[in-house]
Design a protein around this ligand. Sequence first.
Ligand SMILES: Cc1cc2nc3c(=O)[nH]c(=O)nc-3n(C[C@H](O)[C@H](O)[C@H](O)COP(=O)(O)O)c2cc1C
Length: 216
Amino acid sequence: MENISDKIQKIRSEYGDKALVPEDLNSDPIQQFESWLADAIEVEASEPNAMAISTVDTENKPRSRYVLFKNIVNDSLVFHTHYESSKAKEINNNPNVSGIFFWPEIYRQIRFEGVASIADSKVSDEYFKSRPRGGQLSAWASHQSEEIEGREILEERIKELEKEFEGKEIPRPEFWGGYLIDVHHWEFWQGRKNRTHDRFSYSKVDTEWKTVRLSP
Ligand SMILES: Cc1cc2nc3c(=O)[nH]c(=O)nc-3n(C[C@H](O)[C@H](O)[C@H](O)COP(=O)(O)O)c2cc1C
């Protein structure tokens, strides 16, 4: 059987050749992000709002995982999770996070760096209400990031909760909700032919955004 190195060597994607020029960039990176996300949704990119978020643990070891970007509130990016999960403990200890979106369908990547904080309960309640009942129950049932002996424990817990909440609105558990990421650095990457990609970063200087082109 062909080994993985040989398989990888055969992969050689070209990244289109759509130019990203300074004139196309919105002076506000949040609007630029919104416009690129809208493009990704338009082309039906797979999981367009999935973003990888990196945190550091108490020993400064970086850890990454995907979460779903759900909203923009006060110019901050919102995602939701368990407030006792590993990521939440890491954010509590060090709120500096970085994140990344990748939309291969349009050869675009967005990176960002910012500071995370717990969202207002209104933001979390609003989103929790919009979740399908199954997602609401699993938020209650899961001790996210903790070791669990078997899947049946989770399934049993969900069955119990289904009975408990039968015919009732499911409230948001206090241990589950949103985080806001206040982004102070963004980078927009447009893949180009022969790896001559276009990259622009935005850094916040006082209250202004400074934009520069970066070498690919
Ligand atoms: C596409 C995708 C989206 C995800 N979205 C979320 C999310 O919005 N919130 C969440 O807590 N976990 C989400 N997860 C699961 C996380 O990646 C992760 O397994 C979980 O949050 C536990 O991470 P932690 O132990 O570092 O806290 C998602 C996973 C994938 C693959």
